[in-house]
Design a protein around this ligand. Structure first.
Ligand code: NAD
Ligand code: MG
Length: 288
């Protein structure tokens, strides 16, 4: 972690109000950090679901900021090739890995392939996910429930578990939760539940890594309605026409409006931030 002097002890001192910073010691660090080669220069990032949508925007932005990126996705080779092209246009390296992360062995393999190719993991973005709309609880089969949990939650757990032994102080894990974790979603009950699990996992792992002094930060991003293939693949055509219109801003967001939140959390700019969630949702105020 680009360390501030904040872990130093502060010597006893006293001033009268309003106080002089010149006389304060140590002096508070106020100058912006400089990143001449990009905010993620020399880092290796894994981004799941990076063929398209939010993950793709994150992967490309990370490359623009100097990271080599492992692009994990289910099977959308053509979309993934586009991500790779953009990453390479920034002279960064890209490894494409197509696999089903709902299988534990594939999660382990993604980590192994990353280490074989790049020898390090500095940033893990757990972002892959799926959703299937159903009108009532009775419509959600156990098969669907299993698939939603296996796709949306288990890989967060497995990938973090297998990546952690390679992650050094200053590394960062970022999980994609959702506005649905905070306010539910009447037609996405199983999906919303997995996003709640991701939120709690983010907080718990953050606590765990802090108490174990690992110096690895764990945070989340909770997007609202964002225009991605997941939307057109899971909502009905007339719902698509209305998509995002009930957000306070009256529109859906674009993936490149969400990606900077991940960049902030991944970079040393967020060195004092862990266990938190950034809400990128067009202005809806949600609790927690
Ligand atoms: P997207 O379709 O572009 O990305 C999801 C990706 O997940 C897919 O491209 C796919 O490759 C990957 N994936 C799905 N199942 C997988 C599996 N079994 N194994 C490996 N990879 C798998 O859609 P997106 O909207 O960018 O979704 C990214 C994340 O953002 C998801 O977790 C989603 O729940 C979350 N999210 C999206 C919205 C939104 O409105 N689009 C809102 C809140 C949260
Ligand atoms: Mg896709």
């Amino acid at each position: 972690m680009a360390n501030q002097d904040s872990d130093k002890d502060f010597p006893k001192q006293q001033q009268s109000l309003p106080g002089s910073q010149q006389a304060q010691h140590p002096s508070p660090e106020v100058l912006p950090r400089e990143y001449p080669d990009g905010k993620l220069a020399g880092k290796v990032a894994i981004v799941t679901g990076a063929d398209s949508g939010i993950g793709q925007a994150v992967a490309i932005l990370f490359a623009k900021e100097g990271a080599d990126v492992v692009v994990s996705y289910l099977c959308e080779d053509e979309d993934a090739q586009v991500t790779k092209k953009h990453i390479e246009s920034y002279n960064r390296r890209c490894l494409l890995v197509a696999s089903d992360l709902s299988q534990e062995a594939n999660c382990q393999q993604l980590i192994d392939k990353t280490i074989a190719e790049f020898g390090a993991i500095d940033i893990l973005v757990n972002n892959a996910g799926r959703q299937v709309e159903q009108q009532t609880l009775a419509d959600i089969s156990t098969e669907q429930l299993d698939k939603t949990i296996h796709t949306n939650f288990y890989p967060h757990f497995w990938l973090s578990k297998y990546a952690l032994p390679y992650m050094k102080v200053g590394s960062s894990i970022i999980n994609t939760t959702s506005i649905t974790a905070y306010r539910g979603s009447d037609h996405l009950m199983d999906y919303a539940s997995t996003k709640g699990a991701i939120l709690s996992f983010t907080r718990a792992l953050s606590n765990n890594l802090m108490s174990n002094d690992k110096g690895i930060r764990v945070n989340g991003v909770a997007p609202g309605p964002i225009w991605t293939p997941l939307i057109v693949a899971s909502f009905k055509p007339d719902e698509i026409e209305e998509f995002g219109k009930n957000s306070p801003m009256g529109r859906a967001g674009q993936p490149n409006e969400v990606a900077p939140a991940y960049l902030y959390l991944a970079s040393d700019d967020a060195s004092y931030v862990t266990g938190q969630v950034i809400h990128v949702n067009g202005g809806e105020i949600v609790g927690g």
